[in-house]
Design a protein around this ligand. Sequence first.
Ligand code: SAM
Length: 290
Amino acid sequence: MQNKLGNPQKTIEIIQKYEFAFQKKFGQNFLIDTHVLDKIIAAAGVTKDDCVLEIGPGIGTMTQYLAENAGQVVAVEIDSKLIPILNETLEDYDNVTVIHDDILKVDINQIAEQYNGGRPIKVVANLPYYITTPIIMGLFEGNVPIDNITVMVQKEVADRMQVGPGSKDYGALSLAVQYYVKPYIVANVPPNCFMPRPNVGSAVIRLTRHKNPPVYAKDPGLMFRLIRASFNQRRKTLQNGLNNSPEVLYTKEQIADAIESLGLSPSVRGEALNLEQFAAIANFFTDMKE
Ligand code: SAM
């Protein structure tokens, strides 16, 4: 096909034709390596039975690969300058819908409903790095029906997703990944696979939804409010982190009781707790209300 993207020459040609200027604020680093694109599609296991949500299609390189392999593709792009480009690069595909919007404002449940009858969708993206965490947390916490998420992220973020207590990178994202999905690093991707080149290494990671979470939290929303409160103030003790958070409305005494119920020291820091312990604290508060 004349418009087939995926190599540096074609990308430069399109960019020059439309006088497109890369926008740093939108995290624009376009993929120009066909091997990486093939790997992403294979790792996501995209078939003609799938409806795929692509976040940030750019000039449509990965979108073309997805369109050829999936049943339906819905691509959400924030940059208005890319919309006329996408109209051209995707004109040969009748199974692609481009939505011009901010992914953080879009109702993804509604997309799954409209384009896949509410059945689980796949999410595939070369994510804009400045909003990786809110996008992934939003997909987890929004109860969107999702089969798997296969995304390019900063290498450092992929690492952060896989660590436990004791690591300086341990945080709310690591715990959310543990609770919701099984992570698998598909490939490490060097800066020369992108245009322009990012300053950091990247990795493709596949996140497959657990059928059942590894711990039982009666109210997962509450557990993640507690987790966020604990890590927002890393230097503080768990007791003070929870006391000072506007999201956590328990008294000092109730918080002390919860920490004691786990046999933990009153001076323990939140970053020392594992997922099971956060679930136990959340369940302590839920039981207290019942
Ligand atoms: N998928 C393309 C590729 O691999 O060549 C582009 C990937 S680039 C890393 C990230 C893309 O996300 C850009 O096209 C950027 O404009 C878009 N983007 C940034 N912020 C966004 C947002 N909030 N909602 C939707 N798209 C966004």
